[in-house]
Design a protein around this ligand. Sequence first.
Ligand SMILES: [Zn+2]
Length: 256
Amino acid sequence: MKRGTYKDRAIVLNSVDYGESDRILTFYTLGRGKMSGIAKGARRSRKRFVGNLDPASHIDIMFFHNGTSDLTRVEDACLIDAFPGLRGDIERYSEACYMLELASEMTREGQVLPLVYRELAAFLKMLEGGPSPECLRFFEVRLLSHTGYLPHLNGCVVCRKGHEGERLFFCSDKGGTICRGCSTGMSGLVPVSPGTAGLLSMAARLEEEKLRRLRPDRAFLDESERMLSDFIKFQLGKELKTRRFMAKLRMAGSPA
Ligand SMILES: [Zn+2]
């Protein structure tokens, strides 16, 4: 990137206080992908930055890049949407933070994926609109698709035979669904129905409007959660912090 001042649209992925009055943030932009920047005096300058740099804020951002450093200097940020409905509800806010962490972990700086920015904006809005248990699963599968990690979901990844109504398994190591015949002797498999595999495959491609109309059943929610969490953990080589936090919240909220 050349030295200069740039304007873009962005979703704030993370921000932490730094020193006496600064803030360091990572943000996903429409035009330049994932970036990081320092907002000097962010905690003092209420006029320029107040509330605009919190995680999940959708902003118009202006930043200066000196042509060499990875860290830009954030000059200005103007709110497009703060998603206030997410912030008063710890469960929904933790789900939003999971989406942000996942997007951050699945992408790297210098890689420009405008669809990642668009999905973040669309799914934060969707999550703000009301509880939607499928929202996270759809976000995960679309993010995997945009970053080039979509698993093989139509047919067996080993023998390439189509699914014919039989029970299947998902294998993170092989990167897709596997038929019963090919599953013999394999370990670490997650059972999954052809319906779940098919719906996930569809959700990865559908236009957002049509996606909102899908109403998956309980079996889909359970199977897709196990399958995608296993696959994402395998791809990233770790469990995300926000995911562990969501699990704790769920435990705390479930009846004893
Ligand atoms: Zn097979």
